[in-house]
Design a binder for this molecule. Structure first.
Ligand code: GDP
Length: 517
């Protein structure tokens, strides 16, 4: 059961603050500008205050708020986009007036265009004598970002992070752009948020910073988030204050995750934590299955696999993941393994590689029930916990013969035990007794012996009608282990309750045979 897309109820939409990211070439002043806005916030009348890094913060002036994402640069931005998350509404492209457009500026423009976000240009460092605002505007025009005062539509603001000039202007411009964009959200519905940072702290457990996209997040809200789930134990803003609720565009730290979510994951409110947990485990299962399938496609085409299966019938398969120190030994191992012949079981190497046994190997082994084989290599410490938790079989070797022997042993271990039946005696039912516990066959052993620990079948007119172990084997009133040829006894097999005169009791033992491949 997946989460349903919500219908947008137009009439319930309200204006929401814009979410802003700073981009630009290195040293052009992104961090300085972000810091200026951040520092402009007043905490309980005390300038500066104690702020914590929450990846985003909100600035309010004259009752209007702007949310700033505080990781500058387009790497974080495109990483989020790669995960399908588009939290940014407006990009402030920072261009130093003394330097003009530089390689990273062009890259940033490309990213903004690909993401279809609005650009506002902050022409920074206008305090410098070398500052040449017109040159920057000319470069913008050449790149289809014609400044508004030149007849284009790109809003440009001249600022100095150093002297703090133009910052109000930039803030107003962001609000103006937001108004043009008509950014709206419904704060009533179930909460949806995008995760922009996540971590796990001792004593606090996993937490994440999300930006609420719609609805309102409350303390106590149950949610699904990627593969994780949870219930908001606490909501904390970037000033370290505990919030009861967080509405659209609010950046908020959410405490109470089952595990650390991924950046870019969408958090969605659910009715109950129980439902969220169920969905989370479904998603985890799904992920495991997906991790598994591309591997198989790599090794064989569908048709090849089909034919192989037909040829092999119901042959068993032992799956291996092989990691070795170098390519040479990996090939040697593969060659040797391919020479192991068996009509009953085949080997399938579902992943092979050079290097240590990793957590990803452990996951694949868990998902596909494979054995991890390491040759002259170690198990990464991160993988150890998973391997222990999931009970994955890991075998490490430094000698190829030992590796082969153990793989053969493991193959044999996969085979169903083979047994041979040895008939040890027969008895004939002479009379049927009715006891309070049910019917018992009164028998005479006609050859060999009956043994209590052996198995027996009831044969009527040459046809077996029951097969099972002894529940009763008696001589007169005594339970006995064995009854020899020529002696009388009472027999009851399992819960069988339907003995007839002249039935034959055939007693046999199963002998375990040594298995071979
Ligand atoms: P980022 O790499 O884009 O984050 O740039 P920074 O904010 O780290 O700034 C790079 C350098 O430029 C620092 O030494 C800042 O002090 C300086 N800087 C930033 N803004 C201004 C400004 O408006 N005027 C002047 N003169 N220097 C600035």
């Amino acid at each position: 059961e997946e989460v349903e897309e919500e219908e947008v109820e137009e009439d319930k939409l309200q204006d929401r603050p814009p979410v802003v990211t700073f981009m630009g070439h290195v040293d052009h002043g992104k961090t300085s500008l972000l810091d200026s806005f951040r520092g402009s916030r007043v905490v309980n009348g005390e300038a500066g205050g104690i702020t914590q890094h929450v990846g985003a913060y909100q600035v309010e002036k004259n009752g209007k708020a702007v949310t700033f994402i505080d990781t500058p640069g387009h790497a974080a931005f495109s990483e989020m986009r790669a995960r399908g998350a588009n939290v940014t509404d407006i990009v402030v492209l920072v261009v130093a007036a003394d330097d003009g457009l530089m390689p990273t500026t062009y890259e940033a423009i490309d990213h903004c265009r690909a993401a279809d976000v609005s650009i506002i240009v902050a022409i920074n460092k206008v305090d410098l004598d070398r500052a040449d605002v017109n040159k920057v505007k000319g470069q913008l025009q050449e790149n289809d970002l014609s400044p508004e005062d030149w007849g284009g539509s790109t809003l440009c603001v001249e600022v100095s992070a150093k002297e703090g000039t133009g910052l109000d202007d930039l803030f107003e411009t962001i609000l103006l752009q937001a108004e043009i964009m008509e950014l709206k959200a419904n704060s009533d519905g179930p909460a949806r948020a995008t995760i922009i940072e996540a971590r796990s702290e001792a004593g606090k457990g996993p937490s994440a910073i999300g930006i609420v996209q719609s609805g309102t997040m409350n303390v106590g809200t149950a949610f699904i988030c990627g593969n994780q789930y949870g219930k908001a134990k606490a909501l904390i803003n970037d000033l370290g204050e505990r919030l009861k609720t967080a509405g659209p565009a609010t950046p908020v730290e959410i405490v109470g995750f089952s595990g650390v979510p991924n950046v870019g994951d969408e958090l969605i409110e659910m009715d109950s934590e129980r439902k969220a947990k169920k969905l989370s485990s479904e998603r985890l299962d799904q992920e495991r299955r997906e991790q598994l399938s591309p591997q198989k496609e790599e090794s064989k085409s569908a048709l090849e696999t089909l034919f192989a299966n037909i040829e092999e019938g119901n042959k068993k398969v032992l799956k291996l993941i092989v990691k070795a120190d170098v390519q040479g030994s990996l090939q040697a191992i593969e060659n040797s393994l391919s020479e192991i012949e068996s009509a009953k079981i085949s080997l399938e190497i579902i992943r092979k590689g050079v290097g240590p046994v990793t957590e990803a190997d452990g996951l694949l082994a868990t998902a596909s029930d494979a054995i991890l084989i390491g040759f002259n290599t170690k198990v990464e410490s991160k993988a150890q916990a998973l391997i222990k938790r999931e009970g994955v079989q890991v075998k490490l070797f430094s000698v190829i013969y030992e590796l082969l022997d153990q793989v053969k042993e493991a193959m044999i271990g996969e085979l169903d035990p083979e047994t041979r039946e040895n008939i040890i005696g027969h008895a004939k039912v002479l009379e049927v007794f009715k006891l309070s516990s049910g019917k018992v066959g009164g028998c005479m052993v006609t050859d060999g012996r009956l043994a209590r620990t052996a198995r027996a079948r009831v044969i009527r007119d040459g046809v077996p009608v029951y097969d099972g172990g002894f529940s009763t084997l008696r001589r007169f009133k005594d339970d006995v282990k064995e009854v020899k040829n020529g002696l009388e006894c009472g027999v009851k097999l399992g819960k069988f309750n339907d003995y007839l005169k002249d039935d034959v009791i055939e007693c046999y033992e199963l002998e375990k045979l040594d298995l071979e491949l």
